[in-house]
Design a protein around this ligand. Sequence first.
Ligand SMILES: Cc1cc2nc3c(=O)[nH]c(=O)nc-3n(C[C@H](O)[C@H](O)[C@H](O)COP(=O)(O)OP(=O)(O)OC[C@H]3O[C@@H](n4cnc5c(N)ncnc54)[C@H](O)[C@@H]3O)c2cc1C
Length: 703
Amino acid sequence: MKKKLSFIVAICMVLSLFGGIFAETSYVPGTYETSAKGFGGEVKVSLTVDEKAIVDLQIEGASETPGIGDTAIEELREAILAAGNADNLDTVANATMTSEAVIAAAKDAFVLATGGEIAKAEATPVKDGTFVGVAPSYQRNGYESKTVTLTVTFENGKVTDIVASDYSDTPGIGGMAFDVMADRVIRTQSLGIDTLTGATVSTSGFLNAMANAVAEAGGNPEEWKARPVIKRAPRVSELSCDIVVVGAGIAGLSAAVEAVTLGADVILVEKEDVLNSSTTRSEGFIQGAGTQFQKDNGVEDTQEALYEDIMKVYGQEPTVEAELIEYAAMHSAELIDFMLENGVVLDHLEAISKNPPRDVPRNHCVYEGGSGITTNLYKSFLEKGGTALMGTPCTQLITDGKAVIGIKATNTYGDDITIRAKNTIVAAGSYTADNELFKQLNPKQYFAAEHASGSGSGDAYRLGQSVNADMLHLDFVQQMYYFFSKNLSGWPSVIPGAPLTSVITPATDVIYLSGGGERIANEDEFCFDYIDKNFHLGYDEGWALGGKAFQEAHPDVVEIGLTSTLTFKEGAMCYTGDTIEEVAEQAGLDAKVVKATLDRYNELCDKGVDEDFHKPAEYMVRVDPPYYLMRMPLILTDGYDGMRVNINAQVIDVNGDVIPGFYAAGSCAVAQMSSVRYYGCGTSLLLGGVYGRVAAQQAVADK
Ligand SMILES: Cc1cc2nc3c(=O)[nH]c(=O)nc-3n(C[C@H](O)[C@H](O)[C@H](O)COP(=O)(O)OP(=O)(O)OC[C@H]3O[C@@H](n4cnc5c(N)ncnc54)[C@H](O)[C@@H]3O)c2cc1C
């Protein structure tokens, strides 16, 4: 993504919304006098307020052109009084400079009147023109550069336009953050603004690149950084709509887009300023069967086959409800169509594994990964007339004692926002990033919480609890085991930002050991079978044992393992030695067990047949000294505990009744569709997308 995204539209929508909706503003009573340079001289504004209203507004421009400037002043004064602020005013024709001075001075007066501070007025000697600033930023997978380039325009000592013209950051996170930051810098004329949570590296990069652009323009970056930042006082607001959606991951965005497409009046609230969801961080693989994309790529498949294949894996799990899985599989092609209709671009198809039941190429891999899903759905939502409040966490559900009738939310200003809605859809993700909740729900896997890579805030769980939803518990989370290597070509880096890489690709010349040192799976099989067995044996980490052949095939991996500073359970990531006993002992494993495993494996290699786990003969490569025993830490990609729902995505309470007006979808309502033996990448996004849409369809029908 090299061009400026159209998120500025979103920002404008949010701002204009706030400009118009606040029936009541809290002021600090007093008279505030401000000024700005007009056409002929200073334009002065004097604003008097009491706690709740404007008492008086005087604007004086004695040096402005008679008949032009004074007419503009009067017109703008009336417009400001009508709007209650100076946020969205147009300049008056033929009186641009006078108008800009009135608007600037009036804005400053409102900032002071609501308890804020204004930036120092003294001009910084930046030259007019367009300048470029470059600084290091976030490097997403596959990008060689790791910088952000800003093209910045200065006019009359002020920054008027900032375009992130080139960057290596994730579009839905860093890319979106750049637009948010550009808006804030232009609004405050300061580089003293905060970085954004969830996009700290990118937004620090942005501020450094801006400082470089200021320097290029002849200004003093330190002075720009020291400028005070305007922050207005908190406000109270009341909004209403047909449907409020909480959370902008795949589930929330699918719900929001579906609802707005069906003609509903929808408000989407998202906690973060940017689309920093698990969905954005994901690979962006969505399972779908019987799709046109499959046909175009010569793949014959049916939705029925997808359902049957998933159930071959999930069938034994007592908590899985087949009906819910069936519905999702039978609407998977429709979900892929929906994605395409809303701007998501498919790149290619992939199978999860070489072996049944995961061998059909059904993973619809989205161009730009998870970010390609969220940025496009978000854009489509806005284009279809939806309202998005970013940086606006939902803090509470409002009920009438029985039904959910809306939400309370807040934002960076501390506003008290009430949104009344006929229906509420919570799609606020899982809880794996909330340490306390994680510890409480999954104490056995808690030690691995620091390796959780999703964005689960736990808020959805708490919102469900607050209205007596039936909260389902599974004693596992979505787990993976990863090697310690990073950025190696041919090794998919599954966890952005974490120095860990999937072990799936070269699993042919190693033995996977359980946490106890036994061989438990065909290493060539998809790793969720291994995870399932290791989990049920009670282990929380695994090992990969390689030898000379592995070292020769993957010298870089071994090198990284041996020199890794990453520690896990206070142990090293890789041990080496000439005898199997010495490496096993270093790793704290029972040397006899590991030796027996190795001897048996080598015996099968010599025979050329894997009698134990049926790994294809060509991959049965002996493991000979020197040995490399590589730790495979448990990594968490999702949590499953959450609300019970029915097939209409309606939330069920502790008595088994539907909670009127309340829907949930995605990771916060997926417990009935999950197994520790995960069907594989793409299943979560399928379930989130399908049930997000279902929630919207039902909510629209109920309105
Ligand atoms: C590294 C990684 C790779 C993955 N790859 C895949 C894959 O390829 N295919 C697949 O199927 N699955 C994958 N998964 C799992 C998948 O990403 C998740 O299951 C899925 O994204 C969950 O979607 P969601 O919409 O439920 O939640 P999320 O995508 O987490 O979205 C929830 C949103 O709610 C917001 N929110 C939280 N609290 C509040 C609040 N109080 N108010 C307002 N908003 C709030 C969050 O900020 C977030 O934006 C992967 C997961 C990870 C971590």
